[in-house]
Design a protein around this ligand. Structure first.
Ligand code: SF4
Length: 134
């Protein structure tokens, strides 16, 4: 979770680093010129995490899509890499329109290049075909 204090272009954010279980408490300050000052990290990975969270936050999207002819109505899927955080809601809308047909194997590409990110959405599990299920 992040706590923000913003005045004009200046920003002060407290966040927990999630890169490793140590969970360092980070503090990022951005001055009026956009320059970042990051404290609280114990290693460079934490510093990079904080910088990315401010400049280019990204997340792996995990969700489900509809599937036909399977024992369950929904197939778990995920993006192969993190996508920009601001595209998550739009990506969810796109995937809500997707319907696949069993059988599906883990890693099958369900939707290629979602929202022109160059990143695919893949199946997170196998789903066998079941006869007599719509
Ligand atoms: S700053 Fe480094 S040590 Fe601390 S939680 Fe992040 S990755 Fe782990």
């Amino acid at each position: 979770m992040a706590i923000d204090t913003q005045v004009g272009e200046e920003l002060k954010r407290k966040m927990t680093c999630i890169v490793c279980p140590t969970g360092c408490q980070l503090e990022v300050q951005r001055d009026g010129d956009g320059k970042l000052s990051i404290t609280g990290f114990q290693c460079r990975r934490g510093e990079a995490y904080a910088e990315n969270e401010i400049l280019n936050p990204r997340r792996v999207l995990t969700t489900t899509v509809k599937i036909r002819n399977a024992s369950l109505p929904l197939l778990p899927v995920r993006t192969t890499e993190a996508i920009p955080k601001e595209l998550l809601a739009e990506a969810m809308q796109v995937l809500a329109q997707v319907e696949v047909t069993a059988p599906v194997k883990t890693g099958d590409v369900i939707l290629a290049n979602i929202l022109d990110t160059g990143i695919d959405v893949i199946a997170s599990r196998d789903m066998k075909r079941v006869e007599g299920v719509a």
